[in-house]
Write a protein that binds this ligand. Structure first.
Ligand code: CA
Ligand code: CA
Length: 172
């Protein structure tokens, strides 16, 4: 990919994390993400699933800040995101997966509406609620469902999300 493409990809990834679009990533963005997912599935914040989601969002923020908030001002700027998060997470996707896992596990629990696992359509709704481009949501949900029993495994969700956030390859 050329540098223009790369810039565009990074901008899209940054926009996912910068939920309120104010130009930096902070704790409020992670709370907003949790809130959006709960709203999509009509789950109350004051419930076990709701609490787990907010806890996961806080852990995700702490992990992100630990990796990327170089100057420690509790904000991850685009520059910090590019130089810190993207590069280091690409070098170590496993670390990213562990940081994101509690949040993604909680999202999966919210999206598992009948207790039988996450259906592809529910995964698509969850991704859309998180601000992922609609086309990418459809593609991701279809790919995730491909080699399972019709429901999506947590590990597949974590791996796919880590790959989406950390690779510099163009969406295809
Ligand atoms: Ca923000
Ligand atoms: Ca900072």
């Amino acid at each position: 990919m050329d540098s223009v493409e790369y810039e565009r990809t990074i901008a899209a990834r940054f926009a996912i994390f910068d939920q309120d679009g104010n130009g930096y990533i902070d704790r409020a963005d992670f709370s907003a993400a949790a809130k959006a997912v709960l709203a999509e599935f009509s789950v109350k914040a004051r419930s076990d699933k709701g609490q787990a989601l907010y806890d996961g969002a806080e852990a995700f923020w702490q992990g992100m800040a630990g990796i990327a908030d170089v100057d420690g001002d509790q904000r991850v700027t685009r520059t910090e995101f590019v130089t810190g998060a993207v590069k280091r997470l690409r070098d170590n996707p496993q670390r990213f997966a562990e940081i994101a896992r509690p949040f993604l596990r909680a999202v999966a629990a919210v999206a598992d509406e009948d207790g039988g696992g996450v259906a592809p359509a529910a995964a698509e709704r969850a991704l859309r609620a998180l601000g992922v481009e609609p086309e990418a949501c459809r593609t991701a949900a279809a790919e995730l469902a491909e080699d399972g029993d019709g429901r999506i495994a947590e590990d597949a969700i974590v791996a796919a999300f880590a790959a989406y956030c950390t690779t510099a390859e163009p969406d295809a």
